[in-house]
Design a protein around this ligand. Structure first.
Ligand SMILES: [Zn+2]
Length: 360
């Protein structure tokens, strides 16, 4: 597995290579700004996700996240077996507090014998309807316009009879992609290396049921060490199935609130940030002694991919500091010295067309 640092080095090298033909022989070679792996150059990312639209998530998990200023992602079953229909105002409130509401289908079809309905009995039309109806229910209730994410019930990525499993795996992915921009699995365990992401089959860190806080930290550790993204899959919080205790969730949330070097964000926002960093194009557009300007292009759907990006730019050697603007609007620009080199960090809004740095 590639270490995530390699992407940063790769982007830096690619940016430097791209700069050479544009600035020409007479101008000093300039570095090109590149996105930091995580916002504000944080060292890793984590998402807390909760499946099945359970009562204890509304009663316990939501308030715990709020207490620590965190947001989670709740993959809800929109059918009559869950709280989605019984407690609509509570789900609205959770979303209004900044939490992400994603889909976990309408009826939770699953290959496990113990769980009904059985996805072995599903036709392609039935599975497509699960995707469509649950997304419509969420959009109708919440007015979401930023795109939705999905979690596979039981982590199963296919359905139907034995003979159809291979063909239906491709169908399932296709159906998910029609209604969702990213999806989380359950049965493959690994930190997510940003540059290797497959947004429709994002793995989790491992199962969490019955684990205490130190065990959850152990699960997270490889993601922290590798500067990668760790996704926790939770069910009940302080009761109901596959649960962790409220105290455990409170300790984990408290840890993340204190450790601001880890970016704690919703599942969808981390996918947004990764996809934006992987596709952003930056070209030098103007270069003078006191001013450097770059043209940016954002190839992804602006309605979904709306997160600000942090850019890192290595200052020319004769510059002491700088100011920066994005499309003419001033940016907070923090210049940090690292050995003999200085680098500016700026947060730019999504869809920024022009970034300009001026010597100070
Ligand atoms: Zn589930």
């Amino acid at each position: 597995m590639k270490n995530s640092i390699s992407r940063r080095q790769f982007l830096g090298a690619a940016a430097a290579a791209a700069a050479l033909p544009s600035v020409g022989a007479s101008a000093p070679a300039a570095a090109i700004p590149s996105p930091t792996m995580w916002p504000q150059d944080r060292s890793a990312a984590v998402s807390l996700t909760f499946d099945d639209a359970m009562q204890t998530q509304l009663d316990n998990a939501g308030p715990i996240l709020k207490k620590h200023g965190l947001n989670g992602t709740f993959f809800v079953i929109t059918g009559p077996s869950s709280t989605w229909l019984k407690r609509p105002d509570d789900w609205r409130r959770l979303a209004a507090e900044g939490n992400e509401i994603g889909s976990h289908t309408v009826h939770h079809p699953c290959m496990l014998k113990a769980i009904k309905p059985h996805s072995q009995d599903y036709t392609p039309e039935m599975m497509l309807k699960e995707m469509r109806d649950s997304s419509e229910s969420i959009i109708e209730r919440l007015g979401t316009r930023r795109g939705l994410t999905f979690a596979y019930p039981c982590g199963d990525m296919t359905f139907g009879s034995e003979a159809d499993l291979a063909r239906n795996q491709a169908r399932y992915l296709d159906y998910v992609a029609q209604y969702y921009f990213a999806a989380r699995g359950y049965n493959s365990w690994a930190p997510v290396v940003a540059e290797d992401i497959n947004p429709l089959t994002v793995p989790v860190l491992g199962w969490t049921a019955g684990k205490d806080f130190p065990s959850l930290l152990d699960l997270l550790e490889p993601a922290r060490q590798g500067h990668n993204w760790g996704v926790f899959p939770f069910h009940g919080a302080g009761g109901q199935w596959l649960s962790v205790t409220s105290q455990t969730l409170d300790e984990l949330a408290g840890f993340l609130a204190r450790h601001t070097e880890i970016w704690a964000a919703t599942f969808g926002d981390v996918v947004r940030y990764i996809q934006e960093t992987l596709t952003l194009q930056v070209e030098p557009s103007e270069s003078t002694e006191r001013r450097r300007q770059f043209a940016l292009s954002w190839p992804l759907d602006a309605k979904i991919y709306d997160l600000p990006l942090t850019l890192n730019w290595k200052l020319p050697s004769q510059w002491g500091s700088c100011t920066a603007t994005a499309d003419g609007k001033p940016l907070d620009c923090s210049v940090q010295a690292n050995g003999g080199e200085k680098a500016a960090l700026v947060d730019i809004p999504a869809q920024t067309k022009t970034v300009r740095f001026v010597k100070k």
